[in-house]
Design a protein around this ligand. Sequence first.
Ligand code: NAD
Length: 372
Amino acid sequence: MRIAVLAERAAGESRVAITPETAKKFIALGAEVAVEQGAGAGASISDEAYRDAGAEIAPAASVVAGADIVLGVQAPDVAMLSGAKPGAWVAATFDPFREKARVDDYAKAGLEALSMEFMPRITRAQSMDVLSSQSNLAGYKAVLTAANEYGRAFPMMMTAAGTVQAAKVFVMGVGVAGLQAIATAKRLGAQVSATDVRSATKEQIQSLGAKPVFVEEVAGIEGEGSGGYATEMSEEYQKAQAELVSSHIAKQDIVITTALIPGRPAPRLISDAQIASMKPGSVIFDLAVAQGGNVEGSSPDETVVKHGVKIIGFSNTATHLAADASALFARNLFNFLSAFWDSESGKPILDDEIGNAVRLTQGGKVVNERLT
Ligand code: NAD
């Protein structure tokens, strides 16, 4: 069983899909691990550290040669994988709804694409879920970045020269990233409020010491769809939400938006008119900027200034914390494969519940029901 890990080639991607810790654990299961030279550099992991863990360090082509499983943060181009065994598994993020051509390429190449974004939201898969581990770090980084761009302090400070007021932070979308954003803003001393379409989040917001801001007057709303994900809301709800947000947002200093709907563009939560109602010097961090954006006019990796308000968002937020993001991503991959490790055959055998959820391609075809 040969596990291969290439250096990430996507622009701006500093993470790596294996760490010395997980390499050692795979080797303890009986696997052979090969890592492309320099693959860990962006995450501050040296080739030496991988070697010490027992991994082979080599150029890309020899790493992939004869591989049974290839691990990636972002799925590599199929052209990189020509030396892998027929039917080799590739466990990585595939962005399957947007990168359909890549999924087709994997099918044509006879590879088995395992999309980590499609990990089901069930208790036993929590430790395998890269969306959660990376979103958590992203929520933290969003608040730190916004704080850095904000020309004022977060906590209230009483000084001999006068009082500095606490910043007002509003978090829109309270999933994994939003919860961490609330916790981080609280730790920095801000006054925090938050909103979501799923009513279950109200209690979570309160338990972190923040104030929930919710649309109450639209009858029968519940934005929770399958697997704990949000659904797209009715026009009536969207209108009520826009009104509520308009009055609240005008009083905020920092807004962090995190709302996503799987397989659809991110919902638009903040309009240009709402930005205009905010005080100059306020900051909005759009965590959904790469999925189309929650904020009108936001643009990936750019600071857009509108009406004196700075709008920021990274195309890849987790990569800005590459060392921790890699450590968690690599553990997610190890937890996934090791949970299914069959000691007799010395390789993982996926069960139907998780296998069918994450498998995109098999036997030359696209097989995932979310794509077919
Ligand atoms: P997400 O990244 O899909 O979306 C972020 C948040 O935006 C969600 O809370 C969503 O409800 C919210 N949102 C969507 N549209 C909105 C709108 N128009 N206005 C305001 N908010 C909007 O969510 P996520 O971080 O992946 O988490 C969603 C839920 O799934 C959470 O309850 C989380 O704890 C749960 N979860 C469970 C597991 C597991 O059990 N294995 C794993 C991950 C997440």
